[in-house]
Design a protein around this ligand. Structure first.
Ligand SMILES: [Zn+2]
Length: 294
């Protein structure tokens, strides 16, 4: 349409973005077409410019390999949207993998919407979208989207007594169907892995639970879990955790929270048999960039 309401261009597409008819009086007036990408018509090239690489809708493939191809060994590096253009949109060629119950991959990016019907995929998309709307949450999501590691997320049955589990070998996080805050904790474990922090350590748990609390504050206004002293089951280390949340990082509160976590893990039921060690008490832990909450 132009400013007078006169129809100037109508474009029809094949599912993979091929143009099969530019109707109207000035078919070339709008060069942004399928997925809002620039359609390069010059000399009959007919490729879309997706930034990181070009896409050829006639062949339904990229014209070069995915710059992050090693993330997806099961998928052809030339394949567009895992050959599923109706349910997925590939914005710039990097993403996180969400698996349905059969293990089929769906790619997540903050700018991408899921229009499919699979409840597993829809749920995890929702968790990601909640965090992506938050300034601090999006720092973690974007790091993982841009990572060269192929992190996957699926709903399923993690080991008993946990709401989620990140497997360092397969880089897959299995979540029971809980809520955004459980997801936030598990996502932070993935973030820690991508930053070189691994293992069953109290340091990793304290930081991930703090991040979950920060998301509780930012996204839910404390409303999902409830009062601020009931942050994701932090138990007897609540005082040092709250000090970190409200006043930011201090070496004293940080090491107290970690020590208290271990005390609880030895005495309390939750982490009793999990064999947690202290971990490295850095002066600049990852969580330092996310606290205090105000
Ligand atoms: Zn955890």
């Amino acid at each position: 349409m132009n400013e007078n309401g006169t129809l100037e261009q109508v474009t029809h597409y094949y599912p993979f973005g091929g143009v099969y008819g530019d109707a109207g009086s000035t078919p070339d007036c709008q060069d942004r077409k399928y997925n809002g990408k620039e359609y390069d018509h010059i000399h009959g090239l007919d490729w879309y410019d997706y930034g990181a690489r070009s896409y050829d809708p006639a062949l339904a493939t990229w014209t070069s390999v995915d710059p992050l191809a090693e993330k997806y060994p099961n998928i052809s590096p030339y394949a567009y949207c895992v050959d599923n253009p109706v349910n997925a949109i590939d914005v710039d060629g990097d993403s996180i993998t969400i698996l349905d119950e059969a293990g089929n991959p769906f790619l997540y990016e903050p700018t991408l919407t899921y229009s499919g019907q699979n409840e597993f995929v829809k749920t995890i998309f929702g968790y990601f979208d909640n965090l992506s709307k938050d300034e601090r949450g999006t720092v973690v999501v974007n790091r993982l989207v841009k990572s060269k590691n192929n992190y996957s997320f699926r709903l399923g049955s993690p080991v008993k007594n946990t709401a989620g589990e990140f497997d360092e070998k397969t880089l897959t996080t299995t979540l029971s169907d809980t809520n955004t805050l459980t997801f936030a904790e598990e996502l932070f474990h993935t973030f820690q892995h991508d930053n070189g922090e691994t293992g069953k350590t109290a340091v990793r748990e304290v930081e991930a639970k703090l991040f979950s609390a920060v998301m509780n504050y930012d996204i839910c206004g404390w409303n999902i879990i409830g009062a601020s002293n009931k942050i994701a089951g932090i138990g007897i280390y609540a005082e040092s955790m709250e000090d970190l949340l409200y006043n930011g990082y201090s070496q004293k509160s940080y090491s107290t929270a970690v020590q208290n976590f271990l005390t609880e893990s030895l005495g309390g039921p939750t982490y009793k048999n999990f064999g947690y060690s202290t971990g490295v008490l850095s002066q600049h832990p990852l969580i330092k960039n996310f606290i205090p909450i105000k």
